[in-house]
Design a binder for this molecule. Sequence first.
Ligand code: HSE
Length: 299
Amino acid sequence: MIRVRAPATTANLGPGFDTLGMALELYLQVEAEFGGSGIEIVFSGVRDRSIMESPQENLLYKAMNFVFKQAEYRHTGLYIEIDNDIPIGKGLGSSAAAIVAGMFTANRLIGDRFLPAELLRWAVKMEGHADNIVPSITGGLAVAMIYAGEVYYQQVRPGNQLGVVVAVPDFVLPTEQSRSVLPQNVALQATVSNLQRACFFLASIQNGDFSNLDKAMDDMVYQPWRKAFIPGFDQVLQSALAAGARGAALSGAGPSILAFTAIGQEQDIGQAMEKAFNEAGVRVQVLYLKPDLQGVQYY
Ligand code: HSE
């Protein structure tokens, strides 16, 4: 039996649209082996559209199948068990985790025919967003760069002083819908501000100096458009900061909102975010997490 786990991720982190992503200690786990006839998929944990019973619609199986095809490997029977704790359609990289877990599982099943770098390239192509795929593979905070169609990345380790609180609304915001409202062109001043903030954010994380993370995470490019989908967005951000959060932003394409906290302040911040969301008529689940530093793992 092959066992793989891939972490959830939070993309963008404010100013790093399609560039920055961080892995979180929240996982999709898979167990798989060849055997029997046909494909049997068994689930536990969260389940819905990206993780469906039929192999044709199951994203994790699609990713496995992609690897089998590249290897020209034909199996006669496959048993897959999926245990997923990552909320789906909430901006926490559930699709990326499914693709990463699927590809790494399939590769191990066929004797590690491909290098992780090759799986990473395919996974980015299948998912479309390197800022979720890369950290799910590497762990930590990842900077993804697409240059002439190729993916390049650097990993930064966030250290152990950062807590992560995520308020997960009870509605789904599909990434396509969340991207459909974004402008095609961005003004130079907003671009420069985001560049400054993204670089400042990275340097702050690397130096462990979180004193101006709130300013660094204040995006000018996509949050102003996306927040229309999220009742109470500004109030939730403000409540998190007022309760002591170091910085806060929309998580990935939303609708979840993420706040960085100093260790020990998580509960106050989580409660403040929940209250602000509730006042806007949105029910939420609050997750208290840490950055994941390992990325995809065989276990
Ligand atoms: N960077 C992407 C976006 C992440 O914000 O649309 C999608 O999960």
